[in-house]
Design a protein around this ligand. Structure first.
Ligand SMILES: NC(=O)c1ccc[n+]([C@@H]2O[C@H](COP(=O)([O-])OP(=O)(O)OC[C@H]3O[C@@H](n4cnc5c(N)ncnc54)[C@H](O)[C@@H]3O)[C@@H](O)[C@H]2O)c1
Ligand SMILES: O=C(O)C(=O)C[C@@H](O)[C@H](O)[C@H](O)COP(=O)(O)O
Ligand SMILES: [Zn+2]
Length: 382
């Protein structure tokens, strides 16, 4: 098997000790935008973004809207003549055509023109759905990400990947469309259920193996504080995750190369999500399992030191994430992975780890991939 060179990535060194500034910026030329992190004043963020006008539409869901929409709507009323709320269904199942159509229909019914601004108030599902609606309504309108899950704050709200699922695979329909700003208010995480919080930690952990050994070691030292939702630890983790994601996206917005490293664990994970039925596993849980499988494959195919596999497994366990996948028929698993967007010329390309902190995109024999899957899966349907 030919071995690919790891992607090169330049990121600022990780400094856990220094007090983090509360706003980052993602450098995309005239489409650059701020990522605000911390205890936020949404009015101030809005003023800084210089957003205002005739109509703002908040897109949320039945869980998040009762918690946070009135606070957001009050802030928006100071700068928009009209503010409307649209409540999409909750959960992964909402990332589909009917939810998208309902948003687009609502915008048209409201008489929204190209100056409308959408606000995605929710987790990654609401962010992906709202972003896609913003990308295609009147061929593109502005939107702001107001992420309310840990996963959305550390990953999905940044970088402009938007879209919906098909039964055949995750995120198979979508667009790259960058938001105007990201407002990651750590206070809203107080109401997040424990299982969802853990799912977010999976995407935090992801950044270590592919880009940042020092951050990985910091996570090992600070997982207990993170599990206790300690504010300082959380601030450091969210900020570092966004810093890495912003650097990767700025280097390769449309995933022609290095951006693929953010897909570590996702070839396996997305297959689990689609194969078991959307919502059976949370996205972060599927990514946790996928990272174990991809690391196992890296050991078997690239000779990665198996110590990393043990370290990763132990960190995932401490984050209360699953480390054994439910059974999925191996042929179905492979079939779903062949539909992954990174596949080329009929071959599945995996994000693998030749050495801690570096990643490459690599074809591997199906037999090895099946061994990696079997090593971290239940052997039969329960
Ligand atoms: N675009 C990207 O770059 C990107 C990156 C990672 C993941 N994703 C996508 O994100 C989705 C997963 O996102 P998620 O994990 O945020 O799931 P989610 O959006 O379904 O939110 C998880 C659950 O938490 C609830 N919730 C949200 N905020 C809450 C709060 N503050 N308090 C109480 N409950 C709250 C939601 O209603 C939901 O039930 C997947 O579809 C995944 O494919 C996209
Ligand atoms: O931003 C990216 O790039 C990512 O790959 C982040 C992933 O965590 C995320 O789940 C993303 O939605 C996956 O994208 P896809 O292109 O594999 O559908
Ligand atoms: Zn993901």
């Amino acid at each position: 098997m030919s071995s690919r060179a790891p992607f090169a990535l330049e990121i600022q060194a990780f400094e856990a000790g220094s007090p983090p500034p509360h706003a980052l910026s993602i450098d995309l030329g005239d489409r650059s935008y701020p990522i605000h992190i911390g205890q936020l004043d949404w009015l101030g963020c809005l003023a800084e973004a210089q957003l205002g006008g005739r109509l703002a539409v908040v897109i949320s869901n039945p869980v998040v809207a009762p918690l946070y929409s009135s606070r957001l709507i009050s802030a928006l009323r100071t700068r928009f003549a009209a503010v409307e709320l649209h409540v999409a269904p909750d959960g992964e199942v909402a990332k589909e055509w009917s939810s998208l159509q309902a948003i687009l229909g609502k915008l048209a019914d409201l008489g929204a023109d190209r100056d409308v601004v959408l606000f995605a108030l929710g987790g990654g599902v609401i962010g992906d759905l709202t972003g896609f609606a913003a990308a295609i309504y009147m061929r593109g309108v502005c939107f702001v990400q107001v992420p309310t899950t840990l996963l959305a704050q550390v990953d999905s709200s940044v970088g402009g990947k938007t879209g919906i699922n098909l039964p055949q695979g995750k995120n198979l329909v979508g667009a790259f469309h960058q938001p105007q700003a990201v407002w990651a208010d750590l206070d809203v995480l107080g109401t997040l259920p424990a299982r969802e919080y853990s799912a977010g930690l999976a995407e935090v952990i992801k950044y270590g193996p592919v880009a940042d050994p020092a951050f990985f070691a910091w996570l090992e030292r600070n997982m207990d504080a993170l599990m206790a939702r300690d504010h300082t630890a959380l601030m450091t983790a969210v900020r570092r995750a966004c810093e890495i994601k912003a650097a990767v996206v700025a280097a390769d917005e449309r995933e022609g190369g290095v951006r693929a490293i953010l897909n570590f664990g996702h070839t396996f994970g997305h297959a689990l999500e689609a194969g078991l039925g959307y919502g059976a596993l949370l996205h972060g849980e599927a990514v946790a399992l996928g990272m174990l499988m991809a690391t196992e494959l890296s050991v078997r195919a690239l000779g990665l030191d198996s110590q990393l596999l043990q370290r990763l497994k132990s960190l995932l366990e401490r984050a209360q994430l699953p480390v054994r996948a439910p059974y999925l028929d191996p042929e179905r698993f492979l079939q779903l992975m062949r539909g992954d967007k990174k596949a080329a010329a009929g071959s599945i390309r995996y994000v693998l780890i030749p050495v801690l902190g570096q990643a490459c995109l690599q074809v591997a024999p199906d037999a090895l991939a099946l061994e990696a899957i079997a090593s971290h899966s239940a052997s039969v349907t329960k």
